[in-house]
Design a protein around this ligand. Sequence first.
Ligand SMILES: [Zn+2]
Length: 131
Amino acid sequence: VPARNTLLLSLALGWAEIVGAADIFLGVNAVDYSGYPDCRPEFIRTFENLARLATKAGVEGSHFQIRAPLIDMSKADIIRKGTELGVDFAMTVSCYQAGPDGAACGKCDSCRLRAAGFAAAHMPDPTRYAR
Ligand SMILES: [Zn+2]
C-alpha cells in the first residue's frame, strides 16, 4: 500500500493534536524496510519534524514523538512478545489481499513474512488462510 504509514500518521497526528497527546505509536518493523520506505527510522524522524511544523501545538513548542517499539524486533520476537501480552493472533490478518471473508491468501509478501515469523517462533499461525 503506497505511503500507507504517511497517511495513517497524518490522521493520528491530527487526532493527537485534538486530544492533546504527544506520543503516537506505530507498529512498523525493520523487516519491512525494503518494500515500504515509510517503515524506516529516517522517515519516522522526518515525520516528527513535519509534525512540529504542521501543527499549532508543534509551532507553540510541543514535541510530538512517533514511537515504534517493534522496529528492531524480529517477526518471531514480535510474535513471542504478543503471545506474552495475551494477543489472540487468531483475530489478526497480515495479508494485503485477504478475501471477502477475511481469509489470508498465504502467498503475498506479508503472508510469507508472517508465516516465517511463526515458524521461527516455533508456534502455529492461527490466522485463517484461503484454501
Ligand atoms: Zn496474503
